[in-house]
Write a protein that binds this ligand. Structure first.
Ligand SMILES: NC(=O)c1ccc[n+]([C@@H]2O[C@H](COP(=O)([O-])OP(=O)(O)OC[C@H]3O[C@@H](n4cnc5c(N)ncnc54)[C@H](OP(=O)(O)O)[C@@H]3O)[C@@H](O)[C@H]2O)c1
Length: 175
């Protein structure tokens, strides 16, 4: 009997009303330490897939136990050596590379372009829904018709977190 040895692919993102992810010049417009902690705990020691823009923004954040894979069309960027980091020229090649390194889930960490390309390959989504309307130009793609919501936990605003938020888990529809 054949078994599926493909690692689970999980999209992880935070978005405000209208699926807004960020502004490409000003960055992420909300300040939510609670969401940062959630992201850090969830991805600790994990395999990560990131577009070149998001990789550059997060460069100083990676820990030694992370296995990030940068996705870029630029062959010079892809061929650059980075300690513990890999690179690939497409989303599917990046997932293949991470699959080959060690077992465990692959977290797709954005940004907008990479979420768009990777969504058809995602088995699950972990979405922080930020309660608020913000300006920006980067958006998460529509996922609602191909995934179903399996859990949602809400958090009210407090003195550290200016907005309320919910953390939702969605899994791909099987039919
Ligand atoms: N709210 C959130 O949860 C969240 C999470 C992550 C990021 N973000 C935000 O998202 C924004 C960045 O998103 P973005 O869409 O501008 O950039 P991105 O997805 O991070 O990276 C885009 C880059 O990926 C590479 N790429 C794109 N298409 C490709 C393809 N078909 N094959 C191979 N490589 C390809 C290109 O790199 P080269 O130019 O090197 O070829 C391109 O410039 C930032 O503002 C960031 O703060 C928000």
């Amino acid at each position: 009997m054949e078994t599926d040895t493909r690692d689970k692919v999980i999209g992880i993102a935070a978005m405000a009303d209208g699926h807004l992810l960020s502004d490409s010049r000003a960055g992420i417009p909300w300040e939510l330490p609670r969401d940062r902690t959630f992201f850090r705990n969830q991805t600790k020691g994990q395999k990560l897939l990131l577009g070149r823009v998001t990789y550059d923004e997060m460069r100083g954040w990676f820990q030694d136990d992370h296995l990030p894979c940068l996705v870029s069309r630029n062959s010079d960027t892809v061929s650059l050596e980075r300690a513990h980091h890999t690179a690939a020229s497409s989303v599917s090649a990046g997932i293949e590379r991470l699959n080959a390194l060690r077992s465990g889930p692959i977290y797709v960490c954005g940004g907008a372009k990479i979420y768009d390309l990777a969504l058809p390959l995602c088995d699950e989504l972990l979405l922080t829904r930020v309660n608020g309307r913000f300006d920006g130009d980067r958006f998460f793609p529509a996922w609602e018709s191909t995934f179903r919501l399996v859990s949602s936990e809400s958090f009210p605003p407090d003195k550290w977190n200016a907005c309320g938020m919910s953390i939702e888990k969605w899994v791909r529809n099987t039919h």
